[in-house]
Design a protein around this ligand. Structure first.
Ligand code: B12
Length: 214
């Protein structure tokens, strides 16, 4: 079976050991560069996203695949690229977190995995993140995008607070601010002056790519 097919199969079956073995062996034998392997992973994640949208696979499948991909990229491909003296070429940095007062992490982490496997650098600040922490991290790492997750009607207002705080500090135009989470909507995004809203992790990737003209 060609390498691409084998990798695709292992990602779909969450076969972490096989994916690690395939990547390690092809790097050792110089059958592929880490960048080529990343490209295969990226197109596989895109394919998996399409399967999810067509309801051919479900949330746990998506999470399983995203998790093993993140591990292989973190542990094998990123170090391999760094060893060659290069940096993983990315589309830009995204600072992401769940807003203040909210502990829900699963959806936000899924968005993080999908963005990562589609070529973004992710700074995942975790949960219950205050407005100032989003802004300070974005400034520190020179991010292009700030992503705000909220799963509670009660915490939605903290998404607005981040945007208000950006405005207060004169930084609003420096960042694309995207929001998500089940109680939020495109109308809410408009109301609080966000740049976009996405319903799921797959849409989040295309939303951010569109906003950055990628
Ligand atoms: C799991 C869960 C929990 C877990 C969270 C564990 C964890 N580590 O995340 C625990 C048990 C801790 C929990 C606690 C609570 N929960 Co809860 N929880 C859920 C549950 C069942 C699933 C949420 C989930 O993970 N969904 C799966 C993910 C993949 O979907 P998602 O989060 O929507 O994310 C997708 C999109 O929204 C989008 N997205 C998400 N974030 C972002 C960000 C950006 C930038 C973008 C672009 C897109 C995006 O992409 C994601 C991936 O596709 C929901 C019910 C439900 N069915 O949604 C209730 C739910 C969210 N919880 C609810 C409540 C009320 C609570 C509690 C207040 C309960 C309590 N009384 O203590 C506490 C909250 C405490 C706090 N301060 O936060 C309510 C919220 C109601 C509301 N609208 O306010 C819900 C809807 C249940 C209900 N029907 O009442 N909860």
């Amino acid at each position: 079976m060609p390498l691409e097919e084998e990798m695709k199969e292992s990602i779909l079956e969450w076969d972490e050991d096989k994916l690690i073995e395939l990547c390690r062996t092809s790097l050792e034998k110089k059958e592929a560069t880490p960048e080529e392997l990343l490209k295969i992973i990226g197109s596989t994640m895109q394919y998996i996203g399409e399967l999810f949208e067509q309801e051919e696979i479900f949330l746990p499948d998506l999470i399983g695949s995203a998790d093993i991909v993140k591990k292989v990229v973190d542990e094998i491909l990123d170090p391999a690229i760094k060893e060659k003296g290069g940096e993983r070429k990315t589309f830009g940095k995204v600072v992401l977190g769940t807003v203040e007062g909210d502990v829900h992490s699963i959806g936000k982490d899924l968005v993080a995995s999908f963005l990562f496997s589609n070529g973004f650098d992710i700074f995942n600040l975790g949960e219950e993140v205050p407005a100032s922490a989003f802004i300070e991290k974005a400034e520190e790492v020179n991010a292009k995008v700030i992503g705000l997750s909220s799963l509670l009607t009660m915490s939605m207002n903290f998404q607005k607070e981040v945007i208000d705080e950006l405005n207060k500090r004169g930084l609003r135009d420096k960042y694309k601010v995207v929001i998500g989470g089940s109680p939020t909507s495109v109308d809410w995004a408009e109301e609080i002056g966000a740049d976009g809203w996405a319903d799921d992790a797959i849409e989040a990737v295309s939303l951010i790519k569109n906003l950055l003209n990628i």
